[in-house]
Design a protein around this ligand. Structure first.
Ligand code: AHR
Length: 332
């Protein structure tokens, strides 16, 4: 049931960035922005960020901070250092300060009901950025801006299925999961598993969290290499863990991209460089540049204008040649 609300919003979205502002009107009065103090003037946004665990996150933070300046939004930015309790404290502090709108990227998917109700009861609208939450509470957030993580995992899995279509089995895959309980870890795992389920020779022989960090990916990959004499492919749920895995593979005397293939998600600059260098084999993009869209949605929400319940950011995929071609113009 808890996942149902998010799922329903996802279906309702059919959304892409271009759809913003054209979505359904709020269904009741509690779903309108707090508004009054900011109508026509500068708005204040409290933003609670997950942390600085990855290149993706760094680019996301820069996008939000730059976009706030450009949009003349007074941004109160808080870094949770990967801890849910820090995010809850930050959101409570934003409520006490009476900001016009709160946005946050939740570390994990559960455990937000109480603080979201506090914001709702204070009349402060909330925007989920990048990651979803599980909640049964109605009208505790206005919209969810971010990527379709299931689709990202599916695209990664689709590439694996094609790559090994004509190969003899078994194909031994190890998975580096993101932060346990986080929306992208749960959804990417599901999308990938669904995509490879139809080919019985594709076996995920080990799967463990590397917490979306380079050091975590390296450490877990070292253990995988020690425990498993034959690994054909690593599916890393972000570039940083893939880069850590790449180091571990090289340290073990093997060639990443050849002896052991690497598929990752994010398409940050370092990941794309590894792909162009032939050390990764495929990357699914997760665009971190959410700042401008977030500011636009925030202004609408505060003004009481309708916004779609779900705004899905567009992503693409890259093979080695495509990465080499686009690298010079990458913005992150
Ligand atoms: O929520 C997005 C994910 O979080 C990115 O893929 C990962 O790099 C980050 O830490």
């Amino acid at each position: 049931m808890k996942r149902v609300l998010t799922a329903v919003l996802g279906i309702a979205a059919v959304g892409v960035l271009a759809a913003c502002g054209s979505g359904p009107a709020p269904t009741d009065g509690t779903n309108s922005g707090s508004g009054d103090s900011a109508v026509g003037g500068q708005i204040t946004m409290g933003f609670s960020q997950v942390g600085a665990e990855s290149g993706w996150r760094t680019a996301n933070t820069a996008s939000i901070q730059d976009a706030a300046k450009t949009a003349d939004v007074d941004l109160k930015f808080s870094d949770a250092n990967g801890e849910q309790e820090n995010q809850i404290s930050a959101i409570r502090s934003f409520v006490q300060q009476g900001v016009d709108v709160i946005a946050f990227s939740p570390v994990v998917r559960t455990g937000w009901d109480a603080v979201l109700l506090e914001a709702k009861n204070a009349g402060i609208p909330v925007i989920l950025t990048d990651r979803a939450v599980d909640t049964d509470e109605p009208d505790v957030f206005k919209t969810f801006l971010g990527a379709d993580f299931v689709r990202e995992g599916q695209w990664a899995g689709d590439w694996v299925v094609k790559e090994y279509a004509a190969a003899p089995g078994p194909v031994n895959i190890v998975q580096l999961e993101g932060t346990t309980g986080s929306d992208p870890a749960l959804e990417r795992s599901k999308g990938f598993a669904d995509a490879i389920a139809g080919d019985p020779k594709l076996n995920v022989i080990a799967s463990q969290t590397g917490d979306f960090t380079r050091s975590g990916g390296k450490q877990v990959m070292e253990a995988f290499l020690k425990a498993n004499p034959k690994i054909d492919l690593v599916f890393a749920q972000n570039d940083d863990m893939a880069l850590g895995a790449m180091e571990a593979i090289e340290a073990a005397g093997k060639k990443p991209g050849q002896d052991i293939k690497i598929v990752a998600i994010d398409a940050t600059h370092d990941g794309m460089q590894a792909l162009a260098d032939g050390k990764f084999n495929f990357i699914v993009e997760c665009n971190p540049l959410l700042g401008p869209e977030l500011m636009d949605l925030a202004k609408k929400v505060v003004a009481g204008d309708p916004v779609p319940p779900r705004v899905v950011t567009p992503d693409e995929t890259f093979d080695q040649q495509q990465a080499a071609a686009v690298l010079p113009d990458r913005k992150y």
